[in-house]
Design a protein around this ligand. Structure first.
Ligand code: UFG
Length: 326
């Protein structure tokens, strides 16, 4: 049997593809190349196309014996989702529904879904458990939560079983140096700070220094992208063994402030970082830290790179060898 990976040429997707290929799975990577990179195929068979293209999907499912879909393809820029919600609901929800329809036609009834900590919104308790109330503060988070609800109903109605994985702050790069983070435009903290270390940016703006945190800057749970990928493989195995639909949080349970990340990049790169205090970014929660106890106990997930220094080191290794991305 083979796996279809949507968005498999994107940042998290390609790390999962690499691990699947390394494990000997037959992998078809469907990517529309809006944000994906052909160089990130990692030995999978690339199909250039869109998850909303039902004709293409029917061809793919007819031609190959696919038993499961790993669904990464989505737009994921929180700020943009506020400015242009239509783009997010059309792509992340509507096109996902179109794909689910074809999956059911071909009796493909297993899915690993890329969800997000953005489904929770402002946390009431930290670390955040899976059953924490969900009040997303932006259309991106709401689009992910909608699909989680849809997937639950699809299990009850059609027997399509799925595992939703809620990523906290995906970061780092595969230690092979072959794949890494390459977003245009880049909004994420670690690559932006590394750009300062590389001399590509003059400064990093720290979004708020008056948050109710120990040093006044926002706290996040940075989780290595390879550990996220590993969770997808465990989820696939669980579904193949009959696991019912569920959702898991993916984080290390350790929070680091923006300034702690800045200091870690200085330590790893040996370069001084010009960090300038700026206004808060609207919609940012002060603290987002995961409890990943559920996936640890149910699937045995154990991050291989839980410490921030290794996460930043692997990100640095990728960026200094690929200063202009792929
Ligand atoms: N930050 C800065 N300056 C920057 C960029 C970021 O201070 O130039 C801060 C942010 O305010 C935040 C932290 O660095 O406190 C991390 O910001 P990122 O943009 O890297 O990540 P987010 O925590 O905002 O977002 C991530 C994912 C989203 C997901 C969200 C879940 O990128 O896809 O977690 O809430 F929705």
């Amino acid at each position: 049997m083979a796996i279809l990976v949507t968005g498999g040429l994107g940042y998290v997707g390609c790390h999962a593809v690499k691990q699947l290929v390394d494990r000997g799975e037959q992998v078809y990577t469907l990517d529309n190349l809006i944000y994906g990179h052909k160089q990130a195929a990692c030995g999978s068979t690339v199909i250039v196309g869109d998850i909303g293209d039902q004709t293409l999907l029917r061809q793919v499912f007819s031609a190959h014996k696919i038993d499961a879909v790993m669904h990464f393809a989505a737009f994921a820029d929180v700020g943009e989702s506020v400015a242009d919600p239509e783009k997010y609901y059309l792509n992340n929800v509507s096109k996902s529904l179109a794909m689910l329809q074809v999956m059911l036609e071909f009796d493909v009834k297993m899915m690993i879904f890329s969800s997000s900590a953005a489904t929770f919104g402002e946390p009431e308790i930290v670390p955040i458990p899976e059953d924490h109330p969900k009040n997303p503060t932006n259309p991106y988070g709401r689009s992910k939560l909608m699909l989680e609800h849809i997937l639950k109903e699809y299990e009850q109605a059609y027997g399509l079983r799925s595992i939703s994985l809620r990523y906290f702050n995906a970061s780092g790069a595969d230690p092979s140096g072959l794949i890494g983070e390459d977003h245009t435009p880049e909004h994420h903290l670690i690559p932006l700070i590394i750009d300062v270390a590389l001399g590509k940016r003059e400064k990093i703006s720290v979004f708020g220094s008056d948050w109710p945190t120990p040093d006044g800057t926002c706290v996040r749970d940075y989780v290595h992208v390879g550990d996220l990928a590993q969770a997808h493989l465990l989820g696939l195995e669980a579904l193949r063994n009959g696991k019912e639909t569920t959702a898991y949080n993916l984080g290390n349970g350790n929070g680091y402030s923006v300034m702690e990340v800045v200091k870690m990049v200085e330590k790893v790169t040996g370069k001084p970082i010009n960090a300038v205090m700026a206004d808060r970014r609207p919609g940012d929660p002060a603290v987002l830290v995961a409890s990943a106890a559920k996936i640890a106990s149910e699937l045995g997930w154990k991050p291989n790179h839980p410490d921030l220094e290794t996460i930043v080191q692997t990100a640095w290794d990728w960026h200094r060898t690929h200063p202009n991305g792929y």
